[in-house]
Design a binder for this molecule. Sequence first.
Ligand SMILES: NC(=O)c1ccc[n+]([C@@H]2O[C@H](COP(=O)([O-])OP(=O)(O)OC[C@H]3O[C@@H](n4cnc5c(N)ncnc54)[C@H](OP(=O)(O)O)[C@@H]3O)[C@@H](O)[C@H]2O)c1
Length: 283
Amino acid sequence: MDNQKVILITGCSSGFGFLTAVRLASQGHFVWATMRDLSRKQALEDELAKRKAQAFIRELDVTKPATIKNIVEEIQKKHFHIDVLVNNAGYGIAGFFEDLSAEEIRAQMETNFFGVQNACREVIPLMRRRGQGKIINISSIAGQVGSPCLGAYNASKWALEGFSESLNFELALFGISVSLVEPGSYPTRIFAENAHYAGNFDNTQSPYYKFSQKLNHVAQKYTRNINRDPEDVARLIEKIVNKSHPGLRYVSDFSSWMRVMVQKIIPPRLFGYIFRRFAYADK
Ligand SMILES: NC(=O)c1ccc[n+]([C@@H]2O[C@H](COP(=O)([O-])OP(=O)(O)OC[C@H]3O[C@@H](n4cnc5c(N)ncnc54)[C@H](OP(=O)(O)O)[C@@H]3O)[C@@H](O)[C@H]2O)c1
């Protein structure tokens, strides 16, 4: 294959990371598919084998800089450079602010925000010295619009958005692009096995108990019926990988873009009414 790229992806045990790794590896790129727990690698190995594709599967926890350093050194020894870094690893914690502990909020930031910075810190020098490279940060429409009960996740993705926008200007000086992929809701493990809840989410003494339970009920019903295909996000990442001049922001699909626009256009007071009317209403 012409134009084989060296691509490092975080969070490949499931969801977008898994699909992106399989997709790009199937096209002959040198994919370094990383995950924090290698005991989960079987599904990825099976899928790659099915497609007669290969990837380097390695352990990497974005909250542990030493694990990132190890992989980057190994890639450097083998390929001498990295073309693309896909910062995908992440999770979301549900909970009203007062139900969340400071530790829970910090942990959310450690993965979704500082985790991205940890990976960037190791990879940027390689790209900078070569005068080229692409960084693709998987954000969310939650990085543009807030929702009740998702404040910690919103904050982590808003921080990622601000950092990425700034970094894009900085790294343009060295031929490196930074892009944000902003998916709406997709049926991956983020809403199921990997869903996180505040320690006080189910505390009946919490003043938010009634609201969080109703909101959760509505969210569960909604996420069960999402009919978006996560492969579309992998396809979008592939498109950015192949673009010669990628843009800064990519909302994953039209309806997610509409969701962002509606909340930006409608006055917050009215949007608050919509939340109260539909999310907390008695079922
Ligand atoms: N699905 C959606 O609707 C949606 C919407 C907007 C944005 N996103 C974003 O898309 C990204 C991928 O999520 P997904 O939907 O594909 O969910 P997913 O299926 O739960 O995948 C998340 C991946 O991140 C990994 N991860 C979590 N913490 C990590 C850490 N400290 N170090 C390394 N890997 C870690 C998970 O590994 P383990 O298996 O070890 O937990 C898993 O491989 C996330 O950044 C998420 O915020 C998702």
